[in-house]
Design a protein around this ligand. Structure first.
Ligand SMILES: Nc1ncnc2c1ncn2[C@@H]1O[C@H](COP(=O)(O)OP(=O)(O)OP(=O)(O)O)[C@@H](O)[C@H]1O
Length: 458
């Protein structure tokens, strides 16, 4: 028979210790109880725990000290803090210090069960890793020091429930990193729900995020679950979070803080248990300073910030990446994997990659089509000549070239012509992907949609 998991619970109020103990016992978890730090340290020395739950205020110190002690002496042990209601600052500090999660007082027993359940799963990695392998078809390739460090951080963050903000240039792999954090953690069996915040029309946002009730607005022909509910038990990945309109930022903050949502037209709140990961290629702090992003939401989602390096910063990974991506293309097309000539590889290593790995993928896909033998040659890459190793040069698709003659066009007509040409070029470079094309042009997805419509380019 396998042993029951063991939890350490630390609180100076005997009633609370008893309530926590009974709840955990009903979950099949044994407990050791401590009323202060000294007793907690003693138990930690003499037992092998699966999870620790501690109150913030203790007679001989505070819960943060215990979090730090555990981080140092027992880094594998998930520890969660119980904080006074509404004291988010301490909860955030605790997560930054390495706490796995937090609970607010009065402790909601359902939330407690979810939290303990997730923590216990961390010690049964075999199940999740099988799942990970099945669901993660893509790998994070790279073994330059900066990538090795990133992979280690991902594993550490996967064990925590802390919100993580992933920053990095477009196409660097932010979504892939978010997926790994999810699939390598205790939520791997529940959904990973990605959402591009720039791609939802603002009038539909509330209903997309929180769901709606039948008849709550024209077109609401049946009840609909929102993204939060779809991600229940799992992870909601808010990509391009900087694009969220301010009004939606307020509603999002509320949902994250209250851990519940109210569907449009609904009467009651629905509790949700979702980990929030977010990403943007923009500098959120700058947006906070310009008042384009709410500071309170920024602090809430940016408990931990993770930077994904650009491809330029890890050019040493290009040969391995090229080999891996060519393998992926071959299995997609059901063909043999193409090789790549040394000359072509050298050219790629020198190239600037404004669009990072997504651009490398596109270049190799195009090269695969153009290649007539079994080895990709320099010409097959079809890289813009003169682009490149020169740090000051601009990516081809982001610069205005060959300005047309204005002749007798009005200024507006002339500018429209240039705009049309640039948008077409970006759409081509992005293979028709509007989000990507908008990024290349440095405009929001909404602006892109508006322009495509206005210029009749759809
Ligand atoms: N280290 C890597 N190894 C292998 N493939 C990668 C790696 N990083 C990114 N990719 C691939 O590159 C493509 C772009 O990655 P992803 O969509 O995660 O980037 P992103 O930073 O989220 O982009 P955006 O800012 O445009 O949303 C994906 O197909 C992804 O699988």
């Amino acid at each position: 028979m396998s042993k029951s998991p063991l939890a350490l619970i630390v609180d100076d109020e005997p009633d609370i210790l008893q309530l926590l103990g009974i709840t955990l016992l009903r979950m099949g978890i044994d407990t050791r109880k401590a009323e202060n730090l000294e007793q907690a340290y003693h138990h930690l020395e003499n037992n092998q725990f699966d999870v620790c739950l501690t109150d913030m205020r203790l007679p001989d110190g505070d819960g943060l000290e215990l979090v730090e002690h555990i981080q140092e002496k027992h880094p594998e042990l998930p520890v969660a803090l119980i904080t006074a209601h509404g004291n988010m600052e301490i909860a955030i500090d605790a997560m930054k210090a390495g706490a796995f999660d937090f609970l607010s007082k009065p402790v909601d027993l359902n939330a407690l069960r979810d939290l303990i359940g997730s923590a216990i799963k961390l010690n049964q990695p075999s199940q999740s890793s099988k799942k990970t392998t099945r669901k993660m078809k893509k790998q994070l390739i790279g073994d330059t020091p900066i990538m090795k460090q990133l992979k280690q951080t991902i594993l550490k963050l996967a064990r925590s429930q802390a919100p993580v903000f992933i920053n990095g240039e477009s196409g660097t792999g932010k979504e892939l990193v978010a997926k790994l954090i999810h699939y390598k953690g205790p939520r791997a069996d529940a959904p990973f729900v990605p959402v591009n915040c720039g791609a939802i029309p603002s009038e539909l946002m509330e209903s997309e995020f929180f769901g709606h009730k039948k008849g709550s607005f024209t077109g609401a022909i049946s009840d609909k679950k929102g993204l939060f509910q779809s991600a229940d038990g799992g992870t909601l990945f808010l990509d391009e979070i900087a694009e969220l309109p301010i009004a939606m930022q307020v509603k999002l903050l509320r949902a994250i803080q209250e851990k519940s949502v109210r569907p449009v037209g609904g009467e009651s709140e629905i509790p949700i248990n979702v980990r929030i990961l977010s990403a943007s290629h923009k500098n959120l702090l700058e947006l906070v300073e310009k008042e384009a992003f709410r500071q309170d939401l920024f602090y809430r989602i940016n408990v931990i910030e993770l930077s994904v390096p650009s491809l330029k910063e890890r050019a040493g990974d290009i040969p391995k990446l090229a080999e891996y991506l060519l393998g992926q293309l071959a299995s997609l097309h059901g063909t043999d994997t193409l090789n790549i000539s040394q000359q072509a590889l050298d050219r790629l290593i020198k190239y600037e990659f404004p669009g990072n790995i997504r651009e490398l993928e596109n270049i190799l896909e195009r090269a695969t089509t153009l290649c007539s033998g079994d080895e990709i040659q320099l010409d097959d890459l079809n890289l813009p000549s003169g682009s490149t190793d020169n740090k000051d040069s601009k990516p081809q698709h982001a610069s205005i070239v060959d300005l047309p003659q204005r002749n007798d066009l009005t200024l507006d007509e002339y500018l429209e012509q240039i705009e049309t040409a640039e948008i077409k070029k970006a759409m081509q470079a992005a293979k028709g992907n509007k989000t990507q094309a908008a990024k290349l042009l440095g405009i929001s997805f909404r602006a892109m949609r508006y322009k495509l419509k206005k210029l009749n380019l759809e």
